[in-house]
Design a protein around this ligand. Structure first.
Ligand code: ZN
Length: 206
């Protein structure tokens, strides 16, 4: 349990470092980003289309992967799905993303996924959960939001992580609208960042 808590706190710190508190607090309507004063945007989910973010945390034999991707790069729209086609598209995406293999792999890690969470709530909100969070008028629910993101979390348990030093981002091949991934990584004694592209799909942390 302490390892898991430790990993979670590292992810929280990491996300603060990269100024992505927005993503963690996606359902909040208040500003909490006093640690990221540079990001003076009016929109909570402002992002550049085609630019995704990756946080990768290594703690003992566990790897925590958090990907935040503009919905536009995955399904071609960012409003709440309303038509049957849009709803089916989002559900299919959610289902596809639960398989980590086309997304990312840890080289020499012998890793198994122990937990997966695909958050598509900005595209396909659950009817019951979101009303209580909405402090604004209900009419806002029917307006298309300016931006929305899909947030993916994978937790992996690996057999031989001491030999692992890189991860391959296969997601570029499967979702070509993703042009860049700004990656941040943390191990027990190091941290770093790297910009990944179609021509440079490997994140290295040693
Ligand atoms: Zn957008």
């Amino acid at each position: 349990m302490s390892i898991f808590t430790n990993v979670i706190s590292k992810v929280a710190i990491l996300l603060m470092l990269v100024g992505s508190a927005y993503n963690v607090l996606a359902n909040e309507h208040h500003h909490h980003e006093e640690h990221a004063p540079k990001q003076e945007n009016h929109h909570h989910n402002a992002h550049i289309h085609g630019a995704a973010e990756l946080a990768l945390v290594i703690d003992n034999n566990n790897v925590l992967i958090n990907l935040t991707i503009p919905a536009d790069s995955l399904v071609g729209f960012e409003h709440q799905a309303t038509t049957e086609y849009e709803i089916a598209t989002v559900k299919k995406l959610q289902s596809s993303l639960t398989d980590i293999h086309p997304i990312i792999s840890i080289a020499k890690g012998s890793c198994e996924v122990t937990d997966t969470h695909i958050d598509v709530s900005t595209l396909l909100p659950s009817k019951h959960e979101h009303h209580s969070h909405d402090h604004n008028s209900h009419s806002k629910l029917n307006e298309p939001s300016e931006h929305s993101e899909v947030v993916i979390d994978y937790t992996l348990e690996c057999a031989t992580l001491t030999n692992a030093s890189s991860a391959d981002l296969h997601i570029f091949e499967h979702y070509p609208s993703i042009e860049t991934i700004n990656a941040q990584w943390v191990t027990h004694n190091k941290q770093g960042s790297q910009k990944l592209t179609h021509n440079h799909k490997t994140l290295s942390w040693k």
